[in-house]
Design a protein. Sequence first.
Length: 284
Amino acid sequence: MIPMGRIALLLGGFLLLATPAQAGLMDLLDSIESPLQESPELPPLPDEPGKGKNWIGTEIPKPDLPILVLAGHADSQRMAGSGTPGRAVGMRGARPMQPGITDELFWNLLTAKAVVAEGQRQGLKMRFYDPGVRTIRDSDDPRTNWSVGREHVSNGGYAVEIHYDAYSPHGIGPGIIPAVLYGFSVMDEALAEEFGAYPYDYRGMLGGPRRGVAMLEIGQLEGALEAGLRNPSTRQQSLQTIARRVVRALRQGMVLANSPVEGTTLLKGSITEPVLGPREDVSE
């Protein structure tokens, strides 16, 4: 039998020697919490994992509360689950956009701020929260995105965390991973119309959605999307295009809120094809 100390040493060595592509995948996998104990506040897991949009958003946030926008991985740097480095860094050896943080967080921060600025310009009540501390190992620390988001949602608000998905072949693509605590929101329904949707039970229900925080994947951090963001001459236009799409969807969510459907309903049966994919090229 191999001593536990030696196993830990071997695993540590493997992590240090991992290639960028492997490191990106491990960050993705490590960012996923083990399924928590089932709670009566959460919908039941389906008999088989969902393969498409298996939910309908009908819950209405309080109109007097601002929409809370968060930047994914803002509190999980230099630890497991820090976000994707993007294909440029992970596969092509490009320099990170900012030393000390992943490229995903760099773009999550700029995108979240752009969304709030655009939403406020269009008259929406919105605010951005940044924990300001880049490494918080306790996910239930009151400063984390998820803790602040859960508090906001428990008071009747809506919270969404901005993400960019891992590059191929590890990521899936754009779409909203809906919040599951307190029911599915009309805001997530509207974002699903614009960006596509993941099943509510994606990877056994992620930690953010279990706490009431929706997770919006803008797209995989590669190709034209990543190039448009990294190029200084197209960066602002790319961010503005993304922000306008998010705000357009959120405004539509407010329209849905004015014509509510009673109760939260799960779609029955199996959807064989994922409802994923953008309605327009965000690099435009």
